[in-house]
Write a protein that binds this ligand. Structure first.
Ligand code: GDD
Length: 409
């Protein structure tokens, strides 16, 4: 049997996702019309003999109650949210719930970061992991040498795929192969995490009785039950024939900023084109709007027949898109109203916002730049004939004149 664990973090993480994470836990922010965490969860469904999916985080329990019950029913796999009383780190969080995770007596445990977007080739990883016979297998991808330092960089043996060297976000270039934040482990991972905790408390004791302190300054402030998977487990265990790598040639992105959520929404929409085309808007029928490329429209949204939508547009529940509106590359959240002839391009429009007639809300479409897409927080009103270009607008603002390149607080 196999158990999957998705690390969802908590409210003190995901700060780069503001202002969108002010309203909703980042893992529940919709990409291609589905909560971010829905994508790894539905990928887990393809794992043979999957017994359980756990989400581990330190958000309030009630934030996930509704979602986990609806997704459990939809996928017919039990999905539970386990709440940490405080952050224990990516490995410490897993260890904290070891008894619960081992209840199903799993032979393998998948561990997934919730803020990565990829095709999650989990069954193939599991097969590779069984062949390697190690304690863990890490999904890796080749990225550009310039971007590698934002991730864990690693070196693997080209023949055996053994992980030989691992450094988390190094200052000087090590390798263009990086850690995708998707792992499969054997239950021995729990002893490896426990060893780190024990070593740390031994060191803390030693410090108390000696002047040993200077030898371990970096770990001084970390509590014994706070264990990071990357620095504390992967780095020291590299080159010991315990960890192996599985390289994906498919797409992979990390979702830390609203701009990246727009890019990842496009990736998931284009994946739907192959995996579940019926989820996408077809634009068939004389009463339907003109649809271009991959578009998701929630069944409760109302889109006027003369609107033109796409590519890469997701429209959430109860949104209302008026006559002649033009939407390209955007995420329209619940209860938004876009009035006649308004244009929205490279933008995220927050819950209950309203965009006036003949207005224009636009970003330049650079997903990685700070003001590369325009973001309207919750309940922002853009009045008629107002142009908003490359801006971030915090919740509850009314814009009655045009703005460009501004953060409106
Ligand atoms: N439950 C829980 N508790 N989750 C946590 C905690 C914690 O204390 N700390 C982090 N997480 C979750 C985050 O929500 C995220 O899904 C995942 O664990 C990793 O977060 P970080 O530890 O902040 O690392 P990162 O995202 O900057 O980088 C990691 O992922 C990259 C791939 O996206 C590293 O493993 C990199 O090496 C890797 O390239």
């Amino acid at each position: 049997r196999v158990v999957a664990v998705i690390m969802v973090g908590g409210p003190t993480k995901g700060t780069r996702f503001r202002p969108l994470s002010l309203n909703i836990p980042k893992p529940l922010f919709p990409l291609a019309g589905q909560p971010m965490v829905h994508h790894p969860i539905s990928a887990c469904k393809r794992i043979p003999n999957l017994a359980q999916i756990y989400l581990i985080g330190f958000y309030e329990e009630r934030e996930f109650t509704l979602y986990v019950s609806s997704i459990s029913n939809e996928l017919r796999v039990p999905v539970r949210y386990l709440r940490e009383d405080k952050p224990h780190g990516s490995a410490g969080g897993l260890y904290n719930f070891r008894d619960r995770i081992m209840e199903d007596n799993p032979s393998h445990i998948f561990l997934l970061n919730c803020d990565v977007c990829c095709s999650f080739p989990l069954p193939d990883m599991l097969e590779a992991h069984k062949r390697y016979g190690g304690m863990g297998t890490i999904l890796v991808i080749k990225v550009s040498a310039e971007s590698a330092n934002q991730f864990g960089e690693l070196v693997a043996d080209p023949i055996t795929n053994e992980l030989l060297h691992y450094t988390e976000k190094p200052e000087t270039f090590v390798s263009d192969r990086i850690n995708c934040g998707v792992y499969v482990f054997s239950p021995d991972i729990f002893s490896a995490i426990q060893d780190v905790s024990i070593q740390r408390s031994d060191r803390a004791n030693l410090r108390r009785v000696s002047s040993f302190e200077a030898l371990q300054p970096a770990n001084k402030t970390l509590p014994t039950d706070f264990v990071r998977l990357d620095q504390d487990i992967l780095s020291p265990l590299a080159g010991k024939k315990l960890l192996y790598t599985y390289e994906t040639l498919d797409f992979w992105e990390q979702i830390k900023t609203p701009g990246m959520s727009l890019k990842c929404s496009a990736l998931y929409l284009s994946q739907f084109r192959y995996s579940s085309p019926d989820v996408l808007a077809s634009g068939d029928g004389t009463k339907s709007a003109t649809i271009i490329g991959d578009v998701y429209i929630h069944p409760s949204a109302k889109v006027h027949a003369t609107a033109k939508i796409g590519p890469n547009v997701s429209i959430s529940a109860n949104a209302h898109i008026g006559a002649g509106a033009r939407l390209i590359s955007c995420i329209i959240l619940d209860d938004v109203e876009i009035k006649e002839n308004a244009v929205v391009i490279h933008a995220i429009v927050g819950w209950k916002s309203s965009i006036g007639k003949w207005s224009r809300v636009q970003g330049q479409g650079d997903y990685t730049a700070k003001l590369g897409i325009t973001i309207l927080g919750e309940a922002v009103t853009v009045e008629d004939e107002v142009v908003v270009i490359n801006c971030i607008v915090l919740p509850n603002k009314t814009l009655n004149m045009s703005v460009q390149e501004e953060i409106i607080l």
